[in-house]
Write a protein of this length. Structure first.
Ligand SMILES: *Cc1c(COP(=O)(O)O)cnc(C)c1O
Length: 199
């Protein structure tokens, strides 16, 4: 996935003209503005922290939400998706990094939710995998351990209660080589594709 946050529509069009169709954004307003002016065959993924009151703006067109970090948010997405007659695919964001500030489920609460059967009541969301971010560190062995733990959780859920799982979203510009080796199915690349972001 090309992570186009903070990059202008012109940069997205440059990548589009080279054949890229999958783009990821992490702010609702920025995503909406870009979606309105850019080609309709772009597949948009949402990868940032999502506030409940903004769900309704992206649910009509987003194809995968990577960053579902609470059960309540999943319920909100389900309700909004029902209103527009869609089934929206989602990933559970799992917190494995050392930083305190990152959002997400821990393994135990994600497992409890997946095993509970409560997701069956949500007819308009489909949880198709998990997403995770590694710690910000130069210690490659730690990054590898974190990705390996995500991968092992993903496989164990897929083999037991979540046979529908098909996406393991992990790896960014600095660590995607390791993520691929550990079984990632979607790497999320911003800087590698577009260069440094201007905040
Ligand atoms: C910004 C962002 C990326 C891309 O980061 P780069 O290091 O520029 O590749 C990937 N995933 C998420 C969730 C992001 O917010």
């Amino acid at each position: 996935m090309a992570v186009s946050k903070f990059h202008p529509a012109e940069s997205i069009m440059e990548a589009y003209n080279e054949g890229q169709r999958l783009f990821g954004e992490n702010h609702v307003q920025e995503l909406m503005q870009k979606q309105q002016i850019l080609p309709a065959d772009i597949e948009w993924h949402f990868i940032g922290h999502l506030q409940s009151n903004k769900v309704k703006y992206i649910v009509p067109f987003v194809s995968l939400i990577h960053s579902v970090d609470t059960e309540k948010l999943l319920g909100t997405i389900d309700a909004q998706a029902e209103k527009c007659g869609r089934v929206v695919e989602c990933l559970l964001e799992i917190h494995v990094a050392q930083e305190e500030t990152k959002y997400g489920f821990d393994f135990d609460s994600a497992k409890e939710l997946l095993e509970s059967g409560r997701l069956n009541a949500l007819k308009n969301v489909s949880v198709v995998g998990i997403m995770g971010m590694s710690s910000i560190t130069d210690d490659e062995s730690q990054v590898r351990r974190e990705f390996a733990s995500l991968s092992s959780f993903y496989r164990s859920m897929k083999e037991s209660v979540a046979p529908q799982f098909r996406e393991l979203s992990m790896g960014m510009s600095g660590d995607y080589h390791i993520a691929i080796e550990e079984g990632s199915t979607i790497i999320r690349l911003g800087t590698t594709i577009f260069g440094a972001r201007q905040y």
